[in-house]
Structure formats: C-alpha cells, structure tokens
Design a protein around this ligand. Structure first.
Ligand code: UPG
Length: 367
C-alpha cells in the first residue's frame, strides 16, 4: 500500500489531520480539487493585504489547547472583531450591547435597556422558542429583531426566520455592558501573514496534489490507499443517493479602491432586506495593514447548486434528518472517516474544526 491515509480536501480539517498523521510516521496524500490549499480559509495577498477570498475568518476560541496548537503555526495579532450594522441610514454597534441600545433608544443605563427589552418581550407570549424568530424576539425584543436581525437573516439564509433553527442566533452575544467584542472567547486574533501560510506550514511535510478530485483519484488509484479522511460534502460522497442536502453559498464582488480607509472597520453588516448584500468586508483592518489602497468584498448569499462552493449547512429539521441518514451510511464505512463542516454537516467555527481533527487523529493514529 502506497498511502496509509488519503485525505480528501486541503482545508483546515484535512491539513491538521495530515500534519498529525505525517508526524506519526504515516504515509499521507492530500488531494484537493481546487487549484490552491486552504479550503475556505484561503487568503491571497492583493495590494499588500491578505484578502479572505471566501469570506471573513476570525480565529476565536475558549479552548486553550486549540489556541496553543494553532499558535505553533502562526503568530496572531490582537484583532478584536467589532462589526457595525447599518440599517437604512442608522448605524449600530454589534453584537447587541449597551452601545447598540443607547443609540436605538437614546438611553444610558443597563436598567433602562433591560426594561425596554422586557416590556417588548412581555407582550409576545413566547414560551419555548421554536425557531430563530421566536428565539431572537425572546432574547432582544422587537426593535432589535426588526432592525438588526430579520432582514439580515432572511438574506443570509434565503429563508424566513420562522423556518430557521433557534441556535443560529445564539452565536451572537447579548450584553448589558458597553462592550463591542463580537465574541466571548478569551483567545482571538488574525494570523500575521494570512491563513494560507498556516495551511502551508501544516502541510509542509505532506504530499499534496491540487486540481485533483477525490472521486477521480480513487477511480484510478484506490488500490494504493488504505484509509480515507473525507472532508467534502457527505451527500456527494454517497452520490446523493438519499437526496440532496441544502447548503448556503456566497458570491463575492471584490474591488480595489484608491483610498486608504473605506469604511473604518473590517466588517460592516447591512441589515436592511432591500440592500442585496449582507456585508462589506474591508480586509486591511483585520491586520492593520498600512497601505495606500484598500480591498473590499461585498458578500451576496445564494443557494448552493452544483458547480459553486458550499459554505454553510442549512441545519433545519428536514436537512438534519437527511444528514442523519447519511451519517448512518458513513458509520458503516469501514476505512473512511468524515470530518469538517461539509462532511459532518455542522456549522463549525475554525477552533471546533481544529479540535475535531486533533481528536480524530488521536483516536485513530495509535495503531
Ligand atoms: N445575524 C443577524 N444580524 C447581524 C449579524 C448576524 O441577524 O447583523 C444573525 C444571522 O442570522 C446570522 C447569525 O446571526 O446567520 C450568525 O451570525 P455570524 O455568527 O456573524 O455568522 P457567520 O457568517 O458565521 O459569521 C462569520 C464568522 C465569524 C465572523 C463573522 C464576521 O463565522 O467568525 O466574525 O463572519 O463578522
């Protein structure tokens, strides 16, 4: 056997696993269908700025082990994600905190904010929130929901808030302090030199074939492969034989502008349903780049279809049920392991991907 492990996909999951396996003396090959490594965390240097080609990625974690691990492959800057939201001609700080509330209602104290939100929630009579709309309303009341959540979520997911799972909105902190940090995690930052450099380092000692689809490679070389780590779409692995899972995708319009500062921060969300994009990313602010020009990306969500990249699993009841059927098939596979956002159909953040890849490595590399 030529390879102990064939790793399908050179994204974060595949690269972390490959690094561990190679270190453990296993012969590994990574096949990647795109022309570059990194999956959706890939960054490319344009105008001296590391542009997040597949959307903004901010590394944040509460897991000290994961933080120490990833810091072996990059130095992280002190970036703290503090996006703003624009609704019509109004601008608010995110996540939902005292800065947001004082601007919304012209108030100053947490008690004033709390009283307004409580009064709004009281009239709604929601017991256990059954969907994203009920969850959002019962957390922050009607004003925040109408201005900062409803339109954005509809654009992001292409579905009404009543059709979406409640957990999605719980990603965002709600605070009664003047604190614009988007995350509660103690560790956060952007890797100096971009994310692609992390993947390069992870894969430094592993053979990688780009422009190589898993299916085609196996069609010709399956006899050279012992075990497989598969990080692509789980339904595609099984030829969609139980039906297709839904994914959300994104399209980006990138522009290089002749100004050194276009919007004053890295992430500006446009929460009005009538603005066709969800956010504008100005990449230089992730890394405090000192450049004369700037690069911005407008982000347009769309439904995934064959030929474009999948980004987000749509974890509603219908899709989760179908995923569980595929998961059963995957468990019955003798020498194939499924990992990452697409293969596990899970809205994973990067730190969870690293943790899951390390866990898999630990459990199967022993022998
Ligand atoms: N949401 C709103 N209004 C907002 C922002 C978010 O309603 O202004 C809802 C929406 O339903 C969204 C959900 O909250 O789907 C989750 O939001 P978020 O966690 O920001 O979504 P992601 O697209 O996954 O966020 C990515 C990265 C995150 C990064 C962020 C850029 O996961 O790490 O910080 O983009 O701000």
């Amino acid at each position: 056997m030529k390879y102990d492990f064939l790793i399908a996909g050179a994204g974060l999951f595949g690269a972390v696993f490959a690094n561990e396996a190679t270190k453990a003396g296993k012969r590994c090959l990574v096949v990647e269908k795109r022309s570059h490594i990194g999956g959706n965390i890939y960054t490319k240097n344009i105008e001296g700025i590391n542009v997040h080609q597949y959307g903004a990625h901010i590394f944040h974690t509460s897991d000290k082990k994961v933080w120490d691990y990833i810091n072996r492959f990059a130095q992280f800057n002190h970036y703290i994600n503090s996006p703003v939201a624009i609704y019509k001609d109004e601008l608010y700080n995110l996540p939902f905190n005292m800065n947001t509330f004082s601007k919304l209602w012209n108030i100053k104290t947490p008690k004033e904010a709390y009283d307004i939100i409580s009064a709004q929630i009281k009239g709604l009579d929601i017991k256990t929130p059954a969907n994203l709309e009920e969850q959002a309303l019962s957390l922050v009341g009607t004003d925040v929901y109408e201005k900062l959540i409803k339109g954005y979520t509809k654009k992001q997911w292409g579905r009404d808030c009543r059709e979406l799972p409640a957990f999605i909105i719980k990603r965002l902190p709600l605070r009664f302090t003047y604190d614009n940090n988007y995350f509660n995690d103690p560790y956060q930052g952007i890797p100096v030199g971009g994310y692609t450099a992390i993947i390069e380092k992870l894969l430094e000692k592993t053979e990688v074939k780009l422009n190589t689809a898993y299916r085609e490679f196996m069609g010709l070389h399956s006899d050279e492969v012992d075990k497989v780590i598969y990080t692509g779409m789980i339904d595609e692995f099984f030829d969609f034989k139980l039906g297709m899972l839904e994914y959300r995708s994104l399209r980006f319009e990138n522009e290089i502008l002749d100004t050194d500062n276009f919007q004053g921060c890295a992430v500006v969300n446009y929460t009005d349903e009538n603005v066709p994009y969800t956010r504008i990313i100005e990449h230089k602010h992730f890394e405090y780049a000192n450049t004369l020009r700037t690069v911005i990306s407008r982000e347009y969500p769309c439904e995934w279809k064959e030929g474009i990249e999948p980004y987000y699993p749509v974890n509603d009841d219908k899709n989760n049920a179908l995923y569980h059927e595929y998961e059963k098939l995957s468990k019955a596979q003798d020498k194939v392991y499924f990992g990452g956002r697409l293969a596990q159909y899970r809205y994973y953040d990067m730190d969870k991907v690293v943790a899951a890849a390390l866990e898999l490595a630990e459990s199967i590399l022993k022998n």
